[in-house]
Design a protein around this ligand. Sequence first.
Ligand SMILES: [Zn+2]
Ligand SMILES: [Zn+2]
Length: 225
Amino acid sequence: MDICDFFWPRVCINCGLFGREICLECQDLLPKVNPVLCPLCKRPTSAWQLCKNCQRSFSPIKQFFTLGDFQNPLLKKAIFAFKFSHQRGVIETLAEYLASKLKEGRAEFDFIIPVPITKKDFFERGYNQSAVLARTLSRFTEKEVLEKVLLKVRETLPQRTLSRRERLRNVAGAFSLKDPQKFIAKRILVVDDVVTTGATLKEIASLFKKAGAKRIIATAVAREF
Ligand SMILES: [Zn+2]
Ligand SMILES: [Zn+2]
């Protein structure tokens, strides 16, 4: 127990039990993701791989790791706890679970890249939750996180209000990659908090592909389609 646990005791966000933010018993309430169903459309595939159809639509992303659907009440609660009340322990717990999925699916990557937000958003919110998640994942996976190479250079509309075609247009050219030569023949893990359409991940993945990266995979705490 460290001094922080004394002042801010770790309690389960679901049942209030002392110890950790999602206690062992409540872990059972998190979604059960079947790794041989496509993480995007749930058609049969192999370990955490996108099915052939989704690989075509979300090219060049090959694998996508998630803890499950955003509609799951406990996952939703956990995401709200980290997004709006910045509960560090919740991020720790979610990152630890995600790291175990990455390991289970034999995810291979050299760099962890969080989905960036614009400078203006950063100024307003004070932090980027994908970056916080990426940093925590980096501790569990012992891979380097790069936060300054991918920039969001313009504002985009909220994706959920748009049609598929509009979503792709909405994010086209919204990001820019610095030092692209750093990624030649590298494997990239892109990290987001909640994936709603996949268009943002696809746009970011294409930038790394263009830079010469050899494999791009992605992860998010939850999917919401
Ligand atoms: Zn509990
Ligand atoms: Zn699919």
